[in-house]
Design a binder for this molecule. Structure first.
Ligand SMILES: [Zn+2]
Length: 177
């Protein structure tokens, strides 16, 4: 089982060399030792263009016509900068959110899990190593969803992170920090 950036790097290579079109999500997953859902997540995180993702998804699951969670997520992310900014709706606490098949998701927590797997129980907060603000100067919003800029932290990490950035900690593991 490959973890972390390795899967994404491998998929990125695949996309770059054009070999992707000959390969279903299932085949890619089998070769890398991960599920086809994981491949679809990675493609969403790469901001890979929708038609290819859609075609691959249909190839992997012909009867499924609803968009995948990665597609729903990727449609609202600006991948052009160093930070990948969530441009969709946010919770009142400033964290991005998106609804997928009736269930609300925190964008930064979803991005973390898509890249690294489950959030550790002893480090239940997903914190940002970057300090990007969007709109610029507004510290309320925590829109970056780039996995390299996210880390799992303890409650103490979360408080420290919030103080460093001049905000109050969320105080809830669910919100992350
Ligand atoms: Zn960032």
């Amino acid at each position: 089982m490959r973890k972390g950036n390795t899967v994404r790097d491998a998929v990125a290579d695949w996309v770059a060399t054009g070999n992707l079109k000959d390969c279903s999500l299932q085949e890619m997953g089998d070769r890398l030792g991960v599920s086809r859902q994981r491949i679809a997540q990675v493609l969403g995180l790469l901001g890979h263009h929708k038609p290819t993702v859609e075609r691959l998804r249909l190839a992997a699951s012909p009867k499924e016509h609803r968009p995948t969670i990665a597609e729903t997520f990727g449609e609202h992310v600006d991948y052009t900068g160093d930070c990948w900014l969530w441009m969709g709706s946010t919770y009142p606490n400033g964290y991005g959110r998106f609804r997928f098949r009736g269930k609300m998701q925190y964008t930064h927590r979803w991005a973390y899990e898509a890249e690294y797997g489950s959030i550790p129980e002893d480090k239940p907060f997903v914190c940002h190593s970057c300090d990007v603000n969007y709109p610029v100067g507004d510290i309320t919003y925590r829109r970056c969803v780039r996995p390299e800029h996210l880390f799992a932290g303890t409650p103490a990490d979360n408080v420290h992170d919030a103080q460093r950035k001049g905000r109050r900690p969320s105080g809830r593991a669910r919100g992350g920090g």
